[in-house]
Ligand binder design. Structure first.
Ligand code: CA
Length: 758
């Protein structure tokens, strides 16, 4: 990782021209986090070429068809350039079809056609991915929301120029129309959609060069069907021959609704562009407008690259899943019931990963979209029968908790009024008093025990303690929404449940522990042991999952001092791992060890808010110290840029908020807890046009401590600001120092929201 003050020459290089508008996209490395594999995640990302929250992304593919590790930085050959929708390799992709240019002899097989490449000849920007393969073919991909403008430049001294279209892993349909230089069809490969058979990703591709030859093929036996123009079958694809040494442009668009709508999408999004450069220029402007909404200055070049690479990743999911009719009205194919509906739909997000950071950031940047989304969430419940918790694109029920209520409550608290709160509370009540057919987070695993005993029991439910803690927080969110909307009935219901975290706290050991039907603590107990009553973590990680009542948690420890001693231990303990019920190392364990911060496991979600909890217990300076350590040691802009799975913007949003000096410990309240910003100045331009400026003029890698802070000129005596403070616009100014201010904002009146504080 290169660190240094940005030079004038470098500064000019990243501007379109000196004096012209800043080009934020030049700071984005879309390969950030791609050096990952099954055993070790540095992000588990792929070089996404896509528009903000776009329906379809594009990516080079080094893995075989169907492999969730679709692009590995360590790989040396590319097999395809694929339409991508993948949230995470652990969920794999869906609705994929791909292109692969081939020169010389026609090779359709994905191993045979794989072509070596070097990262030196590769460039990943949000609006354009390009690579020159070792065989001399250059491929460029400029995405739109529902399509792509691709350009394949074949070497002039090479052999025949071919383009292979691959139908991926399931049924597909192909129609070749040489006269109009068009290939259309659909692919059916899918994950988690209710009606898998009827699921179709209709695509249409138009080329700007005539076909010299063409045919179909299928990828099970790699047999060719020369001159055949129409067919349906497993893994059916097409191949086209172009003039030697030519440059071919392809405009492609997709639709989940119909072939006709795919043509509409093509016309709407790509119709006017005669070449890829025009499409790329439009994409670049869209991203610049968005990235420029958080303008940061006064950091190193590497810090700027990390910030904007993360800001890019924070604005990809949840994906828009709707399309627009010729008159612009939105409608969509529902991944939940396979029917067509009017309105907006969003999908591809595991809320366990994202309620903590990505949605609180999105509420700052995109309140209009959040308004549409919260309604879509309730529509999804009607179509699915359950509130989404992990959609990809239909409901998977993955992970744990019922965190859609966190999104709804957080949106309401922050002023979104597009949805009916009673409808939300009814949907949530259904969710938490039933168990659905999929996963632990579809309905509520262990709900009967939770409602009668006040905790989920172990060993009846794997992850029981993690579930109890997250259910209590979710119930707080429901209570909050009910309270704020005058719904006395649900306010009373959930008021009884939101303190349930206390029922899994063992005061003797000082840990949140597994507890049986008989009320006894699980034995033997080993805090370094993963799994069992915890999910993807151990007792040290789940001890802090009381987002809504940190003071209540402090009270369980008896004093601020005891609480802080426990928190300090997390960072100073050895990074010992006992795999427990996992039976062997999972990548999150390896990532915790590599982070070298003791038991602090920033590579996974449960403990990511811990550094901010010092600000509830009288030592905000430790928050400032640790967030700066985490940002500088565990994040960078390279292919090794994340300390674990990036998770649909989750980890990136932690960085963005923290780099601004704020973090939402408890979504569902309007507070952002203060930390230590990375930059000397950050200007957030809100949707309403207001600007919120965060200044820290003395900031440096040494000056990480806050000596003083003012909001609009008034001394801040609290360790938090509110959403309203941001939305109204204004200036938050930090005075930075190399020494901790150990007597500043240490009282309880400075502490952020806790139920037990009121
Ligand atoms: Ca994770």
């Amino acid at each position: 990782m290169k660190k240094g003050i940005i030079s004038l020459a470098a500064a000019c290089a990243v501007f379109a021209a000196c004096g012209a508008e800043k080009d934020y996209t030049e700071y984005v490395n879309t390969l950030q986090g791609t050096d990952s594999n099954f055993g070790l995640s540095r992000g588990n990302t792929y070089p996404t070429a896509g528009m903000p929250f776009g329906v379809h992304f594009w990516s080079p593919q080094t893995g075989k068809n169907g492999d969730g590790f679709k692009y590995a930085y360590a790989a040396d050959a590319i097999r395809a350039f694929a339409q991508a929708h993948q949230c995470s390799p652990w969920m794999s992709d869906y609705a994929v079809y791909s292109f692969m240019p081939v020169v010389g002899e026609l090779k359709v097989n994905e191993d045979a056609r794989a072509t070596r490449f070097s990262h030196d000849n590769e460039k990943g920007r949000p609006y354009l991915y390009s690579v020159k393969l070792d065989n001399g073919i250059k491929t460029e991909l400029a995405p739109t929301e529902r399509g792509v403008h691709a350009r394949f430049s074949y070497p002039s001294d090479g052999g025949d120029a071919w383009l292979v279209i691959d139908g991926y892993t399931d049924m597909s349909s192909i129609h070749i129309d040489p006269e109009h230089r068009r290939v259309s069809g659909w692919v059916n490969n899918h994950r988690f959609v209710n009606d898998g058979k009827s699921f179709r990703n209709y695509f249409v591709v138009e080329f700007d060069r005539p076909f010299e030859d063409y045919g179909m093929w299928e990828n099970r036996t790699d047999s060719l069907m020369p001159r055949q123009t129409t067919g349906v079958g497993p893994g059916f694809g097409a191949y086209i021959k172009f003039k030697k040494g030519t440059t071919v442009q392809a405009k492609a668009a997709s639709s989940y609704i119909s072939a006709e709508q795919a043509a509409v999408n093509l016309k709407r999004e790509l119709g006017a562009d005669r070449n890829l450069d025009a499409t790329a220029a439009r994409g670049r402007k869209v991203w610049n407008d968005l990235l420029g909404r958080i303008d940061v200055e006064g950091g190193t070049d590497e810090e700027l690259r990390t910030f904007y690479s993360c800001l890019f990743r924070a604005n990809l999911f949840s994906r828009k899943f709707y399309e627009e009719r010729p008159d612009g009205t939105p409608y969509y194919y529902s991944p939940y019931d396979g029917k067509i509906y009017d309105g907006y739909m969003y999908t591809d997000n595991g809320f366990w990963d994202t309620f903590r950071s990505q949605f609180p950031l999105t509420n700052i940047l995109h309140p209009t979209m959040q308004g549409r989304y919260m309604n879509a969430l309730l529509d999804a419940k009607d179509q699915c029968g359950w509130l989404p918790s992990w959609s990809a694109p239909g409901e998977t029920g993955g992970m744990l908790g019922n965190h859609s209520i966190s999104l709804l409550a957080d949106a309401w608290v922050k002023g979104v009024r597009t949805f009916d709160p009673e409808r939300a509370l009814e949907a949530y009540a259904h969710e938490v008093m039933n168990k659905g057919p999929w996963g632990g987070a579809n309905g509520r695993a262990g709900w009967k025990e939770y409602n009668t005993l006040g905790y989920v029991t172990y060993p009846e439910s794997m992850g029981s303690t993690a579930q109890t803690l997250e259910y209590a927080y979710d119930d707080f969110c429901a209570w909050q929404l009910a309270r704020l909307t005058g719904n006395k009935f649900y306010e009373d219901v959930f008021a009884r449940q939101m303190y349930n975290y206390r029922n899994v706290f063992d005061s003797e050991s000082g840990f949140m522990r597994g507890r049986g039907l008989d009320g006894k603590w699980q034995e033997p107990f080993e805090p370094f042991e993963w799994g069992g009553p915890y999910c993807e973590g151990n007792a040290w990680h789940y001890n802090w999952s009381v987002f809504h009542d940190v003071q209540g948690l402090i009270d369980l420890y008896g004093s601020d001092e005891a609480f802080i001693a426990k928190a300090d231990s997390v960072f100073t303990l050895p990074n010992t791992v006992y795999p427990g019920t996992y039976g062997g190392m999972i990548h999150e364990m390896t990532e915790m060890q590599l982070a070298e911060m003791g038991q602090y496991a920033h590579g996974n979600q449960p403990i990511q808010h811990l550094p901010y909890l010092y600000s509830y217990a009288g030592q905000p300076w430790k928050t400032q110290y640790w967030v700066r350590q985490i940002m500088s040691r565990l994040y960078n802009s390279t292919e090794k840029g994340f300390p674990g799975d990036e998770d649909q913007g989750g980890m990136s949003s932690w960085y963005i908020l923290s780099a601004l000096g704020i973090y939402a410990v408890c979504p569902g309240t309007d507070e952002y807890v203060l930390g230590s910003p990375v930059f000397r100045k950050a200007t957030i331009t809100l949707e309403n046009g207001n600007k919120f400026v965060i200044e820290a003029p003395e900031n440096s890698p040494e000056n990480v401590y806050v000596a003083d802070a003012t909001l609009n000129g008034n001394t801040l005596t609290k360790n938090y600001i509110t959403y309203g403070d941001i939305e109204r616009g204004g200036t938050l100014k930090f005075t930075m120092s190399p020494e901790p201010a150990k007597n500043r904002n240490t009282g309880k009146d400075a502490a952020p929201f806790s139920l037990s504080k009121k």
